[in-house]
Design a protein around this ligand. Structure first.
Ligand SMILES: [Zn+2]
Length: 377
């Protein structure tokens, strides 16, 4: 159940109650692709850094270890020892982005596994079955994420097919949720808005899927190569046509600035690999801008990554030490950097919620953006 607690302009402050607990939004979902956060971060760590909800990738888990294996072990929550909400993506994005050999048909997509090359078929029903086996809290509809710069004609046909696929996803999810051996019979389904950077296609599609009474609505197919201006323009155009009384999820976005702007346009669920990927490369987020710990000027710097940060890395270790670990290729270096970055994102979301609660979102956003752009680290 989704309940709006407060609005500040178009920014929504809400809570979303699921069988695995309540999520306070706006929220950043921490990405654990193959049921692990890259950088040797465990679910026990997530509990220490304020993670409310974890995201795992259906395609990767289907290929390895296999969703049947996860089901036999009691579902993803038990498998990775995490009792809070989990969102699984549909597998569609990886099917379209990872596999070079693929054929899109009305029934679904034929492609080759990126691990061993074996032939796989995935359509709406298969995606729902895999996600049901994984038993995530929230399943995502199987869609086609058309390239941002695709021709209008292609995008129209693709979006129409995505709508037909969505109806099939919903029917299959209802069937699966009614089966006695389904692990999570309350699995939720979010639909996905597509339409590349064509406002009118996006809006028509948003109106259509809004009629389908889903548990939440995502904006997909952004941050895939278009400009930030195009991305903000599309979000601004589409959110008024998605149900306000349901969660609004912007898939795969993004930088702290992207998130601050999207919250301002009514989005309240986010996920992105940036904090963990950047962390693994020694690129760290702070309120005074990004720093690269490989830079020689940190060699003798005994300050924490960010003064005052309460993350497990900053409470104990210096920039100089973590820099040394990174250069020595010690896994601990990556791990500390990822923990800091995820903590930074999660803490920013707490600040965002507090600012909306106080009705001061605009002032907060400006202060945060100014600090990150103009600060001296
Ligand atoms: Zn920190």
């Amino acid at each position: 159940m989704y309940k709006i607690l407060k609005k500040d302009g178009r920014a929504k402050r809400a809570e979303f109650t699921t069988v695995h607990g309540t999520v306070q939004t706006p929220v950043f979902m921490n990405v654990g692709t193959v049921a692990a956060i890259k950088g040797a971060v465990a679910t026990s760590d997530l509990e220490q850094i304020g993670t409310q909800i974890e995201l795992s990738n259906t395609y990767h888990l289907h290929v390895r270890p296999g969703d049947q294996v996860v089901k036999k072990l009691g579902g993803l929550h038990k498998f990775m020892s995490w009792d809070k909400p989990i969102l699984t993506d549909s597998g569609g994005f990886q099917v379209f982005s990872l596999s070079s050999l693929r054929k899109i048909k009305e029934e679904g997509v034929y492609f080759n596994s990126h691990i061993d090359g074996r032939k796989i078929f995935m359509g709406p029903e298969e995606s729902m079955q895999i996600q049901s086996n994984l038993a995530s809290t929230i399943a995502m509809a199987f869609d086609e994420c058309a390239p941002a710069l695709a021709e209008r004609d292609y995008v129209e046909k693709s979006v129409a097919r995505t709508t037909r696929w969505l109806a099939r996803c919903k029917a299959e999810m209802q069937r699966l949720n009614s089966l006695p051996d389904t692990i999570n019979q309350n699995q939720l389904l979010f639909g996905i808005n597509q339409g590349a950077i064509y406002e009118d296609i996006r809006i028509e599609h948003a109106k259509e899927i809004s009629q389908m009474d889903l548990d939440g609505y995502a904006i997909g197919g952004l941050a895939v190569g278009e400009t930030h201006e195009d991305m903000y323009r599309i979000i601004e155009a589409v959110t008024p046509y998605l149900p306000e009384d349901k969660p609004t999820y912007l898939m795969g976005v993004g930088t702290p600035a992207n998130i601050l702007e999207a919250v301002d346009r009514g989005v309240d669920f986010f996920d992105c690999v940036y904090p963990s990927r950047n962390g693994r490369h020694g690129h760290l987020y702070t309120n005074l801008g990004k720093i690269n710990l490989f830079n020689a000027k940190y060699e003798l710097d005994d300050r924490p990554i960010e003064e005052g940060c309460q993350c497990p890395a900053c409470r104990r270790y210096s920039r100089a030490y973590i820099r040394h670990l990174l250069k020595a290729k010690e896994m601990l270096g990556m791990r500390l950097c990822v923990l800091h970055n995820l903590y930074f994102y999660n803490t920013m979301m707490t600040e965002i919620r507090d600012a909306i609660d106080r009705g001061e979102y605009q002032a907060y956003k400006k202060r945060k953006l100014d600090g990150m752009m103009n600060g001296q680290v």
